[in-house]
Ligand binder design. Structure first.
Ligand SMILES: Cc1ncc(COP(=O)(O)O)c(C=O)c1O
Length: 448
């Protein structure tokens, strides 16, 4: 890039040349670079664009900035950590912050989820969780348990493990060779019976019974089932009443490990610290990321129940028990950011704050009923999915147009397919919620 192009980019002037080198993830690069949206700074509920516009963040960045942006204690903790210990190897060596953070997390977790394996993203947390599940059965001599079960429309990141158990077709179609022993449960979406449900839909607990059918087909070869308690990235699919309970019961009956992918639902999104607590169901392994550091430094983790940790460790009498890990597992800056994020969450009551706003939120979401093209509204905690009727022959374009209209009006949301998704920082006030839904209402009326 030329010096002029770099200067222009830094000052909010963009040209095709200044944007060309970056290959953007999950983005139509050519379209974006013709009309870019560039963010320069952020504080609390707002971003500021490179050309100085204030944008209300209705997406917590990418479902991750749960305590809002630029929180001073987190910034300070990262600065201090960077000045003290830039890096420490994570294999056969350690540093106190990683142990301290793991202990604090273990303390916060429900039940006996008391051992923490650090990764650097949600995708890595998921792959770690899947590998732990396989290693657990191998260590116990249950060597036939090698099959992993995911769910249609599930999103578990972009590693090969995650896309194998994931169920979003677009994320798999360019990669024909995935993990071999994988099956999928049906998703829980049932618009014919459940459209416009407020909170958990009434119908569909029996979709968990597909796991019984898989057990009949594959016998005792199933190692683990992984689900998002609320399937977020696919368009906010809230689990039907009784569904997760049934999944847990079937797993227990057949010796299958249950993995909750709480990369989005973890750290207060539903009004309880974790979805496991919100629904009162304890998984054997939980994957977390995003809110773990308030989005400030990349970090993920697989957190396991006591017996899972013991099971893997007891599989060998000496030496390395689990052949897995990352150069940056438990990185000092991430551990410092995570502990500071926990402090902020605790001091401000953010891990349960969504509960006090969720009725107001639900009213706002369902006030959109009857607006043009709205075919379903879904909500739980501080999450919402507004599903629009797809345009004939142009799926996903209507929601995208609503998203760009809202952004032009000063509110950032997300879209996935023809669903607009909202998940604001948990510090949101009622007037922010009013602004989000007023903006969305105007956009829905405008977009054909
Ligand atoms: C449920 C879930 N799992 C895993 C991931 C992957 O996380 P990352 O993008 O940090 O790899 C995401 C990301 O949105 C997610 O929503």
């Amino acid at each position: 890039m030329s010096a002029t192009a770099l200067h222009d980019l830094a000052h909010g002037v963009t040209s095709a040349d200044s944007l060309e080198s970056l290959w953007m993830p999950f983005t139509p690069n050519r379209v974006f670079k013709r009309a870019p949206r560039l963010l320069a700074s952020a504080k609390d509920m707002h971003y500021t664009t490179v050309d100085g516009r204030q944008i209300l963040d209705a997406a917590a960045g990418l479902w991750c900035v749960n305590a809002g942006h630029g929180r001073a204690p987190i910034v300070e903790a990262i600065r201090t950590a960077a000045g003290e210990l830039d890096y420490a190897p994570s294999f056969q060596m350690g540093h106190p912050l990683a142990f301290e953070f793991a202990a604090r997390l273990a303390d916060k977790m429900p039940g006996d989820l008391d051992h923490v394996f650090f990764a650097n993203s949600g995708s890595e947390a998921v792959d770690t969780a899947l590998k732990i599940a396989l290693a657990y059965h191998q260590a116990r001599g249950d060597v036939r348990r090698t099959r992993l079960v995911g769910r249609s429309r599930g999103y578990h990141g972009v590693g090969f493990g995650g896309i194998s158990v994931g169920g979003i077709d677009n994320n798999r179609k360019q990669f024909p060779a995935l993990l071999p022993a994988v099956s999928h449960l049906p998703d829980t979406h049932d618009p014919a019976r459940n459209a416009f449900s407020r909170g958990q839909p009434a119908h569909g607990a029996d979709r968990a019974d597909a796991l019984e059918a898989l057990v009949r087909e594959y016998g005792d070869t199933i190692a683990a089932v992984i689900v998002e308690p609320v399937a977020a990235s696919t368009g906010v699919l809230v689990p039907p009443v009784g569904y997760l309970e049934r999944l847990r019961a079937i797993c227990d009956k057949h010796g299958i490990l249950l993995i909750f992918d709480e990369v989005i639902t973890g750290f207060g999104r539903l009004g309880a610290p974790f979805a496991a607590e919100y629904f009162g169901i304890l998984p054997d392994i939980m994957a977390v990321a995003k809110g773990l550091t308030n989005g400030s430094i990349p970090m993920g983790a697989a957190i396991v129940r006591h017996g899972v940790y013991e099971g893997v460790l007891n599989g060998t009498s000496s030496g390395i028990e689990f052949f897995h890990g990352y150069t940056y597992s438990g990185h000092p800056l991430a551990a410092a950011a995570g502990m500071a994020a926990l402090d902020v969450y605790e001091q401000e009551g953010l891990l349960t704050r969504a509960a006090s706003l969720s009725e107001y939120w639900a009213d706002a979401v369902h006030s959109l009923r009857g607006l043009p093209h709205v075919i379903d509204l879904r909500n739980l905690g501080l999450m919402a999915g507004i599903e629009l009727e797809p345009r004939p022959d142009a799926p996903a374009t209507r929601a995208y147009d609503v998203f760009t209209d809202c952004f032009a009006q000063g509110v950032m949301m997300r879209t996935t397919g023809d669903t607009v998704a909202l998940s604001p920082p948990l510090i949101a006030e009622r007037h922010h919620i009013d602004q989000m839904f007023a903006t969305l209402g105007r956009a829905l009326r405008r977009v054909a």
